[in-house]
Design a protein around this ligand. Structure first.
Ligand code: AMP
Ligand code: MN
Ligand code: MN
Ligand code: MN
Length: 283
């Protein structure tokens, strides 16, 4: 099956998005999406709702998640698509990946306290839809709504990225584990938004080759996090390494996201889309 408007990356209130799976399914459908995936961070708790909601509006659906991984001193995101979301190793692996978030959030809050921003943990919690998944995005929303910054990208720039006062080093999943959880559950592992990591050429080569050695087979080419030039660059990477290509908006919120669901440009036609290998996994 060929899909002309697949959107295989977005977030709901089960992680750091602001809309429910049901509202996202309706929005995807009305924006013309013909194959959708909800890829909440380190979570599959929204998958049953997303499958049902997609069915209710007549939308093809692939299960999804976005796993936080530590690689070469940075955080890398690996999207999983089309896996069995009840398989025990991915369920327990993601649970373990989520577990450190609570302590990390408390540490972030104490660091922010030192630069004069009090009550950030409690403040961020008000924006959290899933108590197991407190993220930097929730802190960012609190800092914007309390007037410390004017938008979330300013919060990340000034407070929440490496070297800034509210940033806390964190050890996420291993690359090998993330890829194995996904592939052992019959899914496909995808390197998310590769342009975002700021890796050197050597580090990027190591990421791609190690990812492939563990069984990873796809990379995001067209995403809300890439410029057109970056999409062209990673299309070339997909050709060079013979990786399947994926496409997804990374939509989080109508107020914060640069791109809405279903508004991406097409994948270059010579690439093999990731969904060609997932036709039996479509709900
Ligand atoms: P966490 O998993 O808690 O580290 O939070 C990561 C999330 O923060 C990402 O998935 C994005 O939603 C958001 N994020 C990261 N960097 C930025 C940025 N520069 N501007 C806005 N949101 C960002
Ligand atoms: Mn996010
Ligand atoms: Mn990501
Ligand atoms: Mn994402």
């Amino acid at each position: 099956m060929n899909y002309s408007n697949a959107d295989l990356h977005c977030h709901s209130v089960i992680s750091d998005g602001t809309l429910t799976p049901e509202v996202l399914a309706k929005r995807a459908k009305s924006n013309g999406v013909d194959l959708w995936s909800l890829t909440d961070h380190d979570e599959v708790g929204g998958q049953d709702r997303a499958i049902k909601a997609a069915q209710a509006v007549g939308l093809n659906y692939l299960t999804g998640t976005e796993v936080s991984v530590s690689f070469a001193g940075k955080t890398v995101h690996i999207v999983g698509l089309g896996f069995d979301h009840n398989q025990s190793s991915i369920v327990s692996g993601l649970r373990a990946t989520r577990e450190g978030r609570e302590l990390r959030a408390r540490d972030m809050s104490s660091q922010l306290e030192k630069v004069g921003i009090g009550g950030a943990y409690e403040g961020a919690l008000k924006y959290v839809g899933n108590p197991d998944l407190i993220s930097r995005t929730h802190f960012a929303r609190f800092l914007v709504d309390s007037g410390v910054c004017s938008d979330t990208s300013e919060v990340f720039r000034k407070y929440l990225t490496d070297g800034k006062p509210g940033f806390v080093e964190h050890k996420w999943a291993a690359l090998s584990d993330a890829v194995h959880w996904i592939t052992q559950a019959s899914g496909i592992a995808v390197i998310a938004h590769p342009a975002r990591y700021g890796f050197t050429a050597n580090e990027e080569y190591a990421l791609i080759t190690e990812f492939m050695a563990h069984g990873g087979t796809a990379i995001e080419v067209v995403t809300g996090s890439h410029t057109d030039a970056e999409a062209a660059r990673y299309a070339e990477v997909a050709r060079e390494f013979k990786l399947l290509a994926s496409r997804g908006s990374d939509f989080h919120s109508p107020n914060e996201s640069r791109l809405d669901l279903g508004t991406l440009t097409a994948l270059p036609s010579d690439l093999t889309p990731v969904w060609t290998m997932l036709s039996e996994r479509v709900h």
